[in-house]
Design a binder for this molecule. Sequence first.
Ligand SMILES: *Cc1c(COP(=O)(O)O)cnc(C)c1O
Length: 398
Amino acid sequence: MSLDDELLASLSFDSLAVRAGQARTAEGEHSEAMFLTSSFVFDSAAHAAARFGSSEPGNIYSRFTNPTVRTFEQRLAALEGGERAVATSSGMAAILATCLALLKSGDHVVCSRSVFGTTNVLFEKYMKKFGIETTFVALTEFSAWEAALTPQTRLFFLETPSNPLCEVADIPALAALAHAHDVLLVVDNCFCTPALQKPLALGADVVIHSATKYIDGQGRCLGGAVVGRQKEMDEVFGVVRTCGPTMSAFNAWVFLKGLETLRLRMHAHSDSALALAEWLNTRPEVARVHYAGLSSHPQHTLAAQQQSKFGGVLSFELNGGREEAWRFIDATKLMSITANLGDAKTTITHPATTTHGRLSPEAKVAAGITESLIRIAVGLEDIADLRADCERGFAALG
Ligand SMILES: *Cc1c(COP(=O)(O)O)cnc(C)c1O
């Protein structure tokens, strides 16, 4: 039994997060069942033929049809406001599947310079190998996106807010530019999730997720998803079915449970990040705080228009350089020194020597990744304990 379409259409975000996509089996389970099976059986040879021939919908093989994965896809699609979601084995698999589905040799991509480092490599090294050229531009410079357009441009790709400097792209403006040139706008919504920002409603054509981050929310599983219109998602589904970057049923079950608490967690992450950013901003040891929730942030107004809150990731620059940043990080005792984010546990990172370490010194300067920059992905611990941990960092600066 599943909820009827009319009821589903009437539900708000929190209700969809808990209920969308669930189809109960004859066992009457309350929590979603986890279907750990690679294949499915048929009643007869004719039944098998009908399923394989697509004249009857239904499960065949878990590379492309699994009820738990399907439930996750339907729930995420409902939350993003997309016609269809396709789950993948990781966030990178979601981006790769999107590229394989929507691009061909000779096409051109315009990509934000401030994207996840591995996304950069995917375009620069692997897509290039198959004849797809990419131009990288500054996320917030509208004229640079316009100038980069060629007759071959098929895709705009961006993340907003960006990592680690929290720059914000104007999604409606870039969508209008893209559509005027028959280009699709793809937005990686990993940092906000649909709980804080809905790129499709703002004009984007495709949304990418690394479910590994906030959708899981507790740092356990790798996964990803692509969300959008039926037409493009059917192509993405074809890639996943054929090439095999499939989400496992176990991970889909973990992500389903993550979606149920997504808005509550995103609000808690955001509220603590704002409180921490405001407090860091008062510290004499801090040269600059990067967080779109601060009224001093250059795109604060834009962020407030297209996001309901400002997210859990902030960064700040200390007075000094690498030595000060490393001393601060090493003096903390509660926060985890790791590059991951979107976890209940707060993480602290030195971008210049980790996530952005392969950039040349000039590229780091251009991207604003200074040696004294520290990123904190604020978790769900008590804010007073996080401030106390930062006090340990400040005390170590002497
Ligand atoms: C982590 C991340 C990815 C890649 O996701 P994986 O699940 O690690 O493959 C893509 N985009 C953003 C913004 C990320 O933070």
